[in-house]
Design a protein around this ligand. Structure first.
Ligand code: NAD
Ligand code: DAU
Length: 334
C-alpha cells in the first residue's frame, strides 16, 4: 500500500511505519510537526526508505504538500495527537487544535481525494470501568481533556462515514509500551528513573489498572484494520494482560535492580481513571491476536532502554527536565 502516516515520528507511529515498510513493503510518507514527542531519531533506520514532510495536521497547506509527496496514496493513517493526560490537565488548548481541528483537516483531505481514512484512537474514550471490559458498543464517557478531544475526533470521523460515505475506520488501543516511548509515560519514566536512582512517583494509591499492549501488537492491529476492516466500523485493540500500576513499578524495580525505597507515593492525578479494559473480540474475529505477554514485553522494553541510551539521553537533558520539574516539583538527577 501507499500510505500517508500522520504523526509517524512519534512512539506508536514510528513502530507502525517500521513494520509496514519492513514486513509489508509499503511506501510511506510521514507528516509530522515534530513536537516535543516527535523525533526523527525514531525513524533513524528508515530515513532513506520513506518520505518525510515537516508540518501540522491542522494546516491544510502542509497536508496538501504531504499528499503530493505521497503520490496517489491509498490511505491516510492518523496517529498525530497530543497524547499525555497530565499535559492535557495543565494545558488543554493544544489538545483541541491537534486532536480535533487537525482531524477535521485530514478528513477533508481524505474526502477531496477519495482516500481510505484510519483514525488511531484510545480506550480512554470509554472512561473508567470497575469490572468487565468495554466493547465497541459501550457508551463514550471520556474524563480528561485528552480523552474528550480524542472522543470528539472519533465522533467527527464517524460523521464523515455517515454523511459523506468516506471509507473511515477507527482503531482504539489500550495502554501501549515498548521501544521509542517518550519518558513522560509511566513505563519508560519508571525504567529511566530506576536506572538513574531517581524517585519512582506513583500517583495516589497506585491501585489503578491498565490493560498493557506491546506496541508492535498495536501496530500490527492497526495494519490489520486498515487492510481488512469494514468502512464505518470501530475496532478495539486491547492487550492480553492487566496490571495495577504499583505492580508494574515493582516489576521494573526487580528488572532494573533498583532500590525499592525509590518508590514514592505522590499526589494523585485529578480525575484519575481507575481502570481501563478492552474486549478485542471483534478484531480477533477479523484475524488479529496479541502476540506479546506483559512479562516478556516489559523485559524486552527494559533491555531496549538499557541498550539505547543514545536515544533517551538527549531527552532527559532537554525540555523534558523542565517539564519534569514543573510537574513533579523536583529535579531529575543525572
Ligand atoms: P506520541 O506523543 O509519542 O506521538 C505523537 C506524534 O504526533 C509525534 O510524532 C508528534 O510530533 C506528532 N504530532 C503532534 N501534534 C501534531 C500536529 N499538530 N501535526 C502533526 N503531527 C503532530 O503519541 P503515541 O503514544 O505514539 O500515540 C499515537 C496515537 O495513538 C495517538 O493518536 C494516541 O491518542 C493513540 N493512542 C496511544 C496509546 C498509548 O498508550 N500511547 C494508546 C492508544 C492510542
Ligand atoms: O489507555 C491508552 C492511553 O494510555 C493513551 O490513549 C494515552 O495517550 C497514553 O498516554 C496512556 O494514558 P495513561 O494516562 O493511562 O498513561 P500514563 O503512562 O500517563 O499513566 C499510566 C498510569 O500510571 C496511570 O494510571 C497514571 C499512572 N502514573 C503515571 C505517571 C506518568 C503514575 O502513577 N505516575 C506517573 O508518574
Amino acid at each position: 500500500m501507499r500510505l500517508l502516516v500522520c504523526g509517524g515520528a512519534g512512539f506508536i507511529g514510528s513502530n507502525f511505519v517500521r513494520i509496514r515498510v519492513r514486513d509489508h513493503g509499503d511506501e510511506v510518507t510521514v507528516l509530522d510537526k515534530l513536537t516535543y514527542a516527535g523525533r526523527r531519531e525514531n525513524l533513524h533506520d528508515l530515513e532513506s526508505e520513506i518520505g518525510f514532510v515537516l508540518g501540522a495536521i491542522e494546516d491544510p497547506a502542509a497536508v496538501a504538500r504531504a499528499l503530493a509527496d505521497a503520490g496517489c496514496c491509498d490511505a491516510i493513517v492518523n496517529f498525530a495527537a497530543e497524547t499525555h493526560v497530565d499535559r492535557s490537565i495543565s494545558g488543554p488548548a493544544a489538545f483541541l487544535v491537534t486532536n480535533m481541528q487537525g482531524t477535521h483537516v485530514l478528513l477533508e483531505a481524505a474526502r477531496e481525494h477519495g482516500l481510505r481514512y484510519l483514525q488511531v484512537s484510545t480506550d480512554e474514550v470509554y472512561g473508567s470501568i470497575e469490572e468487565g471490559s468495554f466493547s465497541e458498543r459501550s457508551p463514550l464517557q471520556p474524563s480528561s481533556p485528552y480523552s474528550a478531544t480524542k472522543t470528539g475526533a472519533d465522533l467527527l470521523v464517524s460523521s464523515y462515514f455517515h454523511t459523506y460515505g468516506l471509507a473511515t475506520l477507527i482503531c482504539r488501543g489500550s495502554n501501549n509500551y515498548g521501544p521509542y516511548q517518550y519518558p513522560e509515560k509511566l513505563i519508560p519514566l519508571m525504567i529511566l528513573n530506576a536506572l538513574a536512582g531517581d524517585h519512582l512517583p506513583v500517583y495516589g494509591d497506585g491501585r489503578q489498572v491498565r490493560n498493557w499492549l506491546f506496541v508492535e501488537d498495536f501496530a500490527r492491529g492497526i495494519g490489520h484494520v486498515l487492510e481488512h476492516g469494514q468502512p464505518g466500523e470501530v475496532y478495539n485493540c486491547g492487550g492480553p494482560d492487566e496490571c495495577e500500576n504499583i505492580e508494574v513499578v515493582r516489576r521494573i524495580v526487580e528488572l532494573t535492580g533498583a532500590d525499592p525505597a525509590q518508590v514514592e507515593f505522590v499526589t494523585d492525578r485529578p480525575g484519575h481513571d481507575r481502570r481501563y479494559s478492552l474486549s478485542s473480540q471483534k478484531l480477533q474475529a477479523l484475524g488479529w491476536e496479541a502476540r506479546c505477554r506483559f512479562d516478556d514485553g516489559l523485559e524486552r522494553t527494559v533491555t531496549w532502554y538499557r541498550e539505547n541510551a543514545w536515544w533517551w539521553e538527549p531527552i532527559r537533558s532537554g525540555e523534558y527536565r523542565d517539564y519534569y520539574e514543573r510537574h513533579y516539583g523536583r529535579a531529575l538527577k543525572a
